[in-house]
Design a protein around this ligand. Structure first.
Ligand SMILES: [Ca+2]
Ligand SMILES: [Ca+2]
Length: 483
C-alpha cells in the first residue's frame, strides 16, 4: 500500500453504559423491553414486530410493574367486534438441528384483569424460508378460567415455560418437552406473544417481561440456518503458508496509522502465517541497538473482496497484555476517494489489553468518529479473559441496522436513529475486511513492564453470509395463525 490512511478506532461512546453480561445464549433482542421506547408508544417496540388490529394493541410501558428494569410489554385486544390477535414477535435466523429452550414472564393485574374469552400465551415456531410453520411449541394459555381457579395467579409475575409441542396442522398438543428442535427445512425461528381477543370486546391486558429464547446447540451450521455463505476463508493451508493472496493483501509500514501506534506492519511469516488451520497474526518485540521495535501484521481484503450487508463473522482467539490491540473490522471501499471517516468504519470486534474481559463493537462516520464512535460492549459471565478461548464475533448488517453478536449473543444495535443530530448513516455501500494486531496507540495505551510479547491473534475462520433472496423474512413471512 502506498497510501497511508487513518485507521482508527476510538473509545466507544457507549449508549448502553453497562457492559452486557452473557448470562445465557438468549438470541432475542430487547428481551426485557428496556431499550429506548417511549412509554405507551404502541406498535413501536424496538427490535420487535407488532401485529394485530390497528387500534393500539401492544405497548411498551414504564413503571414499577416491570419484573426487571423499568419497562415491560403490555398486550391487549383490538376491540373491533371480532376475534382478533395482537402481540409482538421476533425472528431469528436458525437452521435444522438447532435446539432451544424458551420461556418468559407474564402478569395479570386485578385492576385490568383478563375477561370474557380473552386469552394469551407465548409460542415458538420454526419456519421455512417462505414463512411456513414447520413446528410449533406453546406455553400454557392464560385464560379467565385459569385466573378464576388460581392456576394462574393475579398480581404477580408468573413464569411461562414454552414446553407444549403442538401439531402445526391442527394445533393440538402432542407432547411436553423442554427442548425445542428446529426440523429439516428450518430457516428461522419466531418467538411470539399472542393475545387472543374475543368478539365482544372484553377488557383486560397481560404484561410480559424477561423473554428468552436460548440457543443450546453447539453446531455453528445449525445456527446460521440456510443463509448462503458467499465468501469464507478457513485458513486450512499447510503450516507456515502465507494467507491466500487471492483473498488477503497486506498493509505495511510504521506510520502509526493515525493512532500513534508503535508497530511496523510487515509481510514476514514471523508475523502472519497459517498454523494448524488458523491464521496467526503475531506481534513481536525486537531490541536492536537498545532500540525497541515492534513488528506485527495487518491483513485486508481491499481490492479483492467487499460486501454490502450480510452476516460477517470470525472465530478468533484474541491476544492479551497491556498495549496490545486486536481488531476485526470493515472500512468503506470508497476510502481512497472520500477518505476516513466519510468512508465509514464498522468495528466488528476490538479489545484493548488492559480490559481483558471486554469486547467492543463500534461504528465510525462523519460526526461520530474516533473517540466519538458509537458502540456497545460485552463481557463474559464470569468476566474471564476473551484471550482464554476462541469466540465467534459477528455483525448482522442490514439496511439501516447493524447488530453485533458475541457467540451469537446480541449486544448492540446501531440504527440511523441513534446517530448524533445532523449526521448521516453511511453504511449502505460496500466495505472490505481487516484483521490486525496493533501495539500501542492512543486508545489502548502502550506496552509496559507487564506486557508479554510475542502476542498472537488466532483466527480459525472468516465467513460472510447473505440472507436467502427472496424472501426477506422480516417483512414477507406471513403470520400464520396458530390457534
Ligand atoms: Ca423489563
Ligand atoms: Ca480454520
Amino acid at each position: 500500500m502506498s497510501k497511508i490512511y487513518i485507521a482508527v478506532s476510538g473509545i466507544c461512546l457507549c449508549l448502553a453504559n453497562l457492559v452486557t453480561p452473557l448470562m445465557a445464549s438468549n438470541v432475542l433482542n430487547n428481551a426485557g423491553c428496556e431499550r429506548s421506547v417511549p412509554q405507551g408508544e404502541a406498535r413501536n417496540v424496538e427490535d420487535w414486530i407488532t401485529y394485530g388490529p390497528t387500534l393500539c394493541s401492544v405497548s411498551s410501558e414504564t413503571g414499577a410493574e416491570a419484573r426487571r428494569g423499568v419497562n415491560y410489554f403490555k398486550v391487549f385486544q383490538g376491540f373491533n367486534g371480532v376475534v382478533d390477535y395482537s402481540g409482538i414477535y421476533q425472528d431469528c435466523i436458525s437452521g435444522p438441528g438447532a435446539t432451544y429452550t424458551a420461556d418468559g414472564w407474564a402478569k395479570v393485574v386485578s385492576s385490568d384483569a383478563l375477561a370474557g374469552q380473552n386469552a394469551a400465551w407465548i409460542e415458538v415456531t420454526f419456519r421455512d424460508v417462505g414463512g411456513t410453520m414447520l413446528a410449533l411449541y406453546k406455553s400454557s394459555v392464560i385464560t379467565t378460567n385459569e385466573l378464576e381457579t388460581r392456576s394462574f395467579l393475579k398480581d404477580s409475575w408468573v413464569h411461562l415455560m414454552i414446553t407444549n409441542q403442538n401439531d402445526p396442522n391442527n394445533f393440538a398438543i402432542t407432547n411436553a418437552t423442554g427442548t425445542l428442535v428446529a426440523p429439516p427445512g428450518t430457516a428461522f425461528v419466531r418467538y411470539q406473544i399472542t393475545f387472543q381477543g374475543d368478539a365482544v370486546g372484553s377488557p383486560g391486558s397481560v404484561y410480559f417481561d424477561d423473554l428468552s429464547l436460548n440457543l443450546t446447540v453447539a453446531d455453528p451450521a445449525a445456527r446460521s440456518g440456510n443463509w448462503n455463505m458467499v465468501w469464507h476463508d478457513e485458513f486450512d493451508q499447510p503450516d507456515g503458508s502465507e494467507p491466500d493472496p487471492t483473498k488477503w493483501g497486506y498493509d505495511i509500514g510504521d506510520n502509526g496509522w493515525g493512532n500513534n501506534e508503535l508497530q511496523n506492519y510487515i509481510t514476514s511469516t514471523n508475523c502472519v502465517r497459517i498454523e494448524d488451520g488458523k491464521l496467526i497474526i503475531e506481534a513481536r518485540q525486537e531490541i536492536v541497538d537498545d532500540t525497541t521495535n515492534y513488528t506485527s501484521g495487518r491483513l485486508l481484503t481491499k481490492g479483492k473482496c467487499s460486501w454490502t450487508y450480510g452476516r460477517i463473522e470470525a472465530r478468533i482467539k484474541i491476544s492479551r497484555s497491556q498495549g496490545i490491540w486486536p481488531a476485526f473490522w470493515l472500512l468503506g471501499t470508497n476510502m481512497d476517494s472520500v477518505y476516513w471517516p466519510a468512508c465509514g468504519e464498522i468495528d466488528i470486534m476490538e479489545n484493548i489489553g488492559r480490559q481483558p474481559g471486554i469486547i467492543h463493537g463500534t461504528i465510525h462516520g462523519p460526526g461520530y468518529s474516533g473517540a466519538s464512535g458509537i458502540g456497545g460492549k460485552i463481557s463474559l459471565p464470569d468476566e474471564s479473559a476473551f484471550a482464554d478461548e476462541f469466540h465467534i464475533y459477528a455483525i448482522e448488517w442490514e439496511p439501516n441496522r447493524i447488530r453485533w453478536f458475541m457467540d451469537y449473543q446480541p449486544y448492540f444495535t446501531a440504527t440511523p436513529a441513534i446517530l448524533p443530530a445532523g449526521t448521516r448513516w453511511i453504511f449502505d455501500r460496500p466495505g472490505f475486511l481487516l484483521l490486525n494486531l496493533a501495539v500501542g496507540g492512543n486508545w489502548p495505551g502502550y506496552p509496559n513492564g507487564k506486557t508479554i510479547l510475542p502476542q498472537r491473534m488466532l483466527v480459525d475462520y472468516v465467513r460472510v453470509y447473505k440472507k436467502p433472496v427472496p424472501p426477506e423474512i422480516r417483512t414477507s413471512a406471513p403470520l400464520a395463525p396458530t390457534w
